[in-house]
Design a protein around this ligand. Structure first.
Ligand code: PYC
Length: 310
């Protein structure tokens, strides 16, 4: 299995070029469902240690439905298949350029939640125009088992987010462990209390929005992912959901650009345009760097060929 690893603002992406399972040629949403239900062992083995690393997201390249797309892709972490992934799409753009498959300029990418656009600005810089993002619930309170009531917004940006602002814990690297524990408890409470998307979609990510000591930065976030690890980047789909919240509450005008910082200090430039529906079309720009090209080997005799279970 040939893979190329990159990181986007510190968050790793592993693009799988070949050797993945055959998912057929239905829509990408159906192929993603097939990956989630029938190939769990495959996606865990690629991302769990010893072959993978904590937090890593996989990007399985597949044939796009629309031949005008430069690629089709299904993203996943070690515990779930994702709808979309912003940091992964920046990593994918840089990887496709590294392979000589795309040049500078705009390209369409097919994903399970719809087509997104990437604009490759240079070898490391990609601007992503995401799918329509929207806020679906405002100031809703969940009762957590260990932390009491917590109030936040539910918003969609290609994945489902519960966004708490202001963060109850200062968003800083020394508080990551504490924020992971609290965010897991909030996600569990959202799921148990059926607080999620309009059609019962469960919350899969939790965001704490805090402040940055850097005055050029609009805000700093912490994002919990489905694998219970945190996003080292400012999270592209999470930033999209946040833009929808800022727009819905009239706190950011269309076209205005802000800088969003992650808990480790990596940044995206963000803006939005109004969508035809009642959401926004988010734009995010970030940098990714190639780290390695390799061939993963899964020997039958290797007791950890499917990864170290947790
Ligand atoms: O950047 O959208 C994102 C993302 C989702 C999960 C990890 N990163």
């Amino acid at each position: 299995m040939h893979v190329i690893d990159s990181h986007t603002g510190g968050m790793p992406t592993r693009v799988i070029l070949d050797g993945g399972p055959d998912l057929g040629n239905a829509t990408l949403a159906e192929r993603a469902r097939c990956l989630a239900t029938e190939h769990e062992q495959f996606y865990k083995s690629v991302l769990l240690e010893p072959r993978g690393q904590p937090g890593m997201v996989g990007a399985l390249l597949v044939e796009p439905r629309n031949p005008d797309c430069a690629a089709g892709v299904i993203y996943f972490d070690a515990d779930a298949v994702l709808g979309m992934c912003g940091h992964g799409t920046i990593g994918l753009g840089v990887t496709l350029a590294h392979l000589g498959r795309i040049d500078a300029g705009v390209h369409r990418i097919d994903t399970p939640v719809g087509e997104v656009a990437i604009d490759l600005k240079d070898a490391n810089t990609v601007q992503v125009t995401n799918i329509e993002s929207r806020r679906v619930l405002h100031a809703v309170t969940v009762e957590t088992e260990s932390f009491g009531p917590v109030t936040g917004d539910v918003a969609y940006g290609g994945n489902w987010f519960f966004i708490i602002e202001p963060s109850p814990i200062p968003v800083a690297p020394e508080n990551i462990r504490q924020m992971v524990d609290m965010a897991i408890s909030i996600r569990e409470a959202c799921i148990a209390q059926k607080i999620g998307g309009e059609n019962g979609e469960p919350v899969d990510h939790v965001i704490f929005q805090g402040t940055s000591p850097n005055e050029r930065v609009h805000s700093r976030n912490f994002v919990l992912c489905p694998d219970n690890d945190y996003d080292r980047s400012p999270c592209g789909t999470g930033s999209s959901a946040r833009l929808a919240c800022l727009a819905a509450s009239g706190r950011l005008a269309a076209g205005e650009e802000i800088i969003q910082e992650s808990v480790i200090g990596s940044t995206y430039r963000l803006s939005y345009q109004p969508s035809r529906g009642n959401g926004v079309i988010p734009r995010l720009t970030g940098q990714a760097y190639i780290m390695s090209e390799s061939k993963l080997i899964f020997a039958e005799s290797d007791p950890f060929r499917t990864g170290i279970g947790r």
